[in-house]
Design a protein around this ligand. Sequence first.
Ligand code: ADP
Ligand code: MG
Length: 712
Amino acid sequence: MPAGDPPLTLRDLAGIKVRQLRGVGEKAAEQLLAVEISTVLDLIQHYPRRYLDRTRQARIAELLPGDEATVLGAVRSAKSRPLRGRRTLTNVVIGDGTGKLSLVFFNQRWRERQLTEGMEVLVHGKFELFRGERQMTAPVVDLVGDKTGRIIPVYPQSSKAGLTTWKLAQLVEEALNRSRVRGFDDPVPPEVLDRFDFVDREAALCGIHLPESMAEMQEARRRLVFDELLRVQLELVRRKASIEREMSGVAHDMSGELVGRFHERLPFALTEAQRRVNAEIAHDLAVGYPMHRLLQGDVGSGKTLVAVTALLTAVQGGYQGAFMAPTEVLAEQHYLSVSDMLGGLLVPDPTSLLGDRPLRVELLTNSVGATARRRVLDDLIVGQVDVVVGTHALIQEKVQYQSLGMVVIDEQHRFGVEQRAALRDKGESVGVPDVLVMTATPIPRTAAMTVYGDLDVSVLDEMPPGRSPIITSWAEGPVAEGGVWETVRNEVARGRQAYVVCPLIEESEVLEVSSAEDVFSQLQSGELSDLRVGLLHGRVSPAEKEATMAHFRAGSIDVLVATTVIEVGVDVPNATVMVIFDADRFGIAQLHQLRGRVGRGEHQGFCWLLGDPGTDDGKARIEALVASTDGFELAEVDLELRGEGTIMGERQKGRNDLRLASLRRDKEWVSVAREVATEIIARDPELTEHLGLGAEVDLMLGDNEAEFLMKS
Ligand code: ADP
Ligand code: MG
C-alpha cells in the first residue's frame, strides 16, 4: 500500500484478505474465519466488546458477594472431576496478587486445555462466597495474553477457536498501521462532521481499537455509530424516495359519499387518533404515487376500522380493495367483520337498472370450494367484487383484478421485494395499488425508523372509550393456579368464555401439539370437567380449525385450549379470560398480543400468567405485563430487556450493518441520522454527488441486506 495512492475506501479494505497481513498464517486465518473475519474490513469492524481500564479493574480481595465484576488474573490451576450422571465440574483457580478466585464450570472439560497455568485471563461474572471460598460460576472468560497499556480492548472471540483478544488486538493494530500510509477515505460531508463535531474516520477507527483513554473511545464510538446509522437511513430514505418517484400509483377520487355514509352509521364516534390517521391515509390516497404506510396500533385500538375506511375510499372511486391476513382463520374472521361493517352499502353501477348495486365483499382462501372460488375469481376480473379478503395468495398471479387500487396487509405479513413486484404487476393497467400494512406489535419510534424506515408510519395511540384495562395477574404456584380455574369457572357461569394458551415449545411443533393435547385432556377431566372445552393447534386441519373457531364464536365452546395459533387477530368479544401456561417462555410482545384477545367487548377482561420463571428476564417480562397494558410502553421495556436483536432479528436475514449502534442506547443518533439522510437524499436522490457514501451503502447493505429492511 504505497503512499500517494488515494485514501482507502471501505470497499478497498473489503478487497484485502487478512492473509496478506503479517502474522496471519494458515492457522490464524482459519481461526479468524471462525469469527467471520476474512478481509481487513471484517477485521477493523470487529469491534471490542468492552474495555478493561487497568487503573479501574476490580481486585479479588475487594470483591463483595453479589458483585458483577471483571477481574484480571493469572491461571494457577485447572482441574476437573466427575459428578453424578455423566456430568463434570471443572474448577479453575486464578490469582491477581490480592487473592485467589475459583471459577466453576459444568460440562466444560475443554477449559482445562484452554486455561493453562500462568495464562492471563479476564473473567467477568457474579462474585459469590461458597463455603468461605471466593467463586464465580460460569463466568465469561477472555484470554488476554501479555498485552500492556492502560486500556485493553476485549474482543468478541470464540474461545474454542483459540484466538486470544491479544492476538486480535495485534492484528487490528497491524492493519491500522499499514492502512494509515494511505489514510482512510471519509465520504461523510465535512459540513456534517463539523455540525456534530465528529472526529474523522481514521481517528474513529484508531480510537475504537487503541484508545488512550475512555473519553477517546467514546468519541470514536459516537462517530462510528453515526456512520452505521447514516448508511441504513440513506438506504431506506433513498428507497422510499425512489418508490415515490418511479412508480405511478392511483390518485383516488376523494369526492364520493360512501366513506361518509359508512362513518355515520357506525354505532360509535371515531377516536381522535382514528380521525387523524384516516386523514393521513386520505392524503396519500389522493396523490398519484403509491402509498406505502405502516399502521401501528395497540390491540383493540381500532385498526380494522381505519383499514376498512381506506378500502372503501378506493371502492367509492371505482377501484377494488384486497385485505390480506396472515392465516386462513384470520382471513375468515376479517371477512366476517368487514362484510358486517360494509353490509348494505351501495356502490355506483352503470350496468344496473337502478344505477347502483350492493357493495360486494368476498372471501378467497383454500377452504373456499372450487365453484365458489371460480365465481369469485371471475367476478374480480370484471370488477363485480369490490373487496376481497384472503391470505397472501390474493396477490399471486392467478388472481386477476379489474382495477386493484388498495391493499391492506394485516399483522406484519411478510411483505418483501417479491410481493412488491407482484403488486406492481397487478397494477399494470391502473397503476400500483396503495398499500397499508397493519401491525399490532408496536415498536418504539426510533426502532420503527430503522425497521420500517422505508414506510410512512401512522400511529393509533388512543383506545376507544369505555374499555377497562384487562386485569393481569401472575399466578405463582399450585394454590394460585387453583384460583385461576375458579375464575374461569365463575366467568363461564356468568356466560363468558376463556382461552387457555399452552406452553410454547419453539423447538418442535410435534412436542407443542402433544403438550397442548395433554393440557386439554387434563383440564377436561379435571379442573374444567363441567365445561365445554375445545382444542386448537397447528396440526389441526383447516376445516376442523374453522369449525372449532365457529363453535367458539357461537358460544358452544366455553373454553378454548390453544397454542399460539390464536395469537393474532382472533376476535371473540364474549371471551374475558386468558390463561397462559409457562408465560415466562413467551416474549413481551407475544404475551401482550395474547392478552389482547380478551376484554374486547363490554365485559371486564382478565389475564392470568402461570409460570415459575427460571430466569430474571422471564420474571421481568411477567412483571412488565402485570404492570402495564400499554403496548408502546411494553415495547420500550422489551427493547430494554432484550436489546434490538429481537426487533431487528425478526426481519433481518443475514448480516446487518449495525455492529456498534444500538437502537436502544443510540436513540438520539437514529433520529439525527434520519434527518441527515433525508437532507442528503432531498438534494441528491441518487447519491451521484455523494459517490463515496453511495458505494458504502451498497457495500454494507447490498441487495440481501437491503431486502430485510423492506420486509414488514
Ligand atoms: P385492532 O384491530 O386494532 O386490534 P379492532 O379494529 O379489532 O382493533 O377494534 C376492536 C374493537 O373496537 C372492535 O370491536 C371495534 O368495533 C371497536 N371499535 C373500533 N373503533 C372504535 C371507536 N372509535 N369507538 C368504539 N369502539 C370502537
Ligand atoms: Mg385486529
